[in-house]
Design a binder for this molecule. Structure first.
Ligand code: S3P
Length: 170
């Protein structure tokens, strides 16, 4: 069954996900990359031309397509668990893992990585970015917290995490 890695933008889903997939001998798939390859465009472009609601439909569709796969670790987008019944689906189709990071850490990681992320474009200063992250994280936590397992983004140990997941998966 798939492992779904969830968490806010900048929490390190791609970095942690790749290492964890290797440790578990799972295939790694980044949902954003999958979507961009499938539709031959960028997420920023989809937001610009068709809006967020359209992006969320495509994202849900891609998630559904990948959910039947076996030994695969899917790194989701920061908003994926928070729309439609995506979180329930991921929980029922596989194992969900939340990468927990504080607003201050997220702000430091995201301050130079805004261009790729349309949801952050309205923040012009670091203060505004932090406020936006805090607000969005607050709204998203009820979804993130439903994950089967939460792990701290700063202190994550890949070998230990892999061992814990193996125990969960039996
Ligand atoms: C989003 C996060 C992005 C991407 C899109 C929307 C979000 O993915 O899916 O820009 O709603 O938080 P990352 O979390 O990989 O940056």
């Amino acid at each position: 069954m798939p492992i779904y890695l969830i968490g806010f933008m900048g929490s390190g889903k791609t970095t942690v996900g790749k290492k964890l997939a290797k440790e578990l001998d799972y295939q790694f798939i980044d949902l954003d990359n999958y979507l961009e390859t499938k539709y031959q465009t960028t997420i920023a472009q989809i937001f610009k031309t068709d809006g967020e609601a359209h992006f969320r439909k495509l994202e849900q569709q891609c998630l559904t397509e990948l959910s039947g796969l076996g030994s695969v670790l899917i790194s989701t987008g920061g908003g994926t668990p928070c729309f439609f019944d995506n979180m329930e689906k991921m929980k029922s189709m596989g194992f969900t893992l939340y990468l927990d990071a504080s607003p201050a850490l997220l702000k430091d990681r995201l301050k130079n990585a805004k261009t790729k992320r349309p949801l952050l474009s309205q923040a012009n200063t670091e203060e505004e970015l932090l406020a936006l992250i805090e607000e969005k994280l607050q709204a998203r936590l009820p979804y993130y917290k439903q994950a089967h397992l939460s792990v701290n983004a700063v202190s994550v140990n890949i070998a230990d995490l892999a061992a814990t997941i193996r125990r969960y998966l039996g």
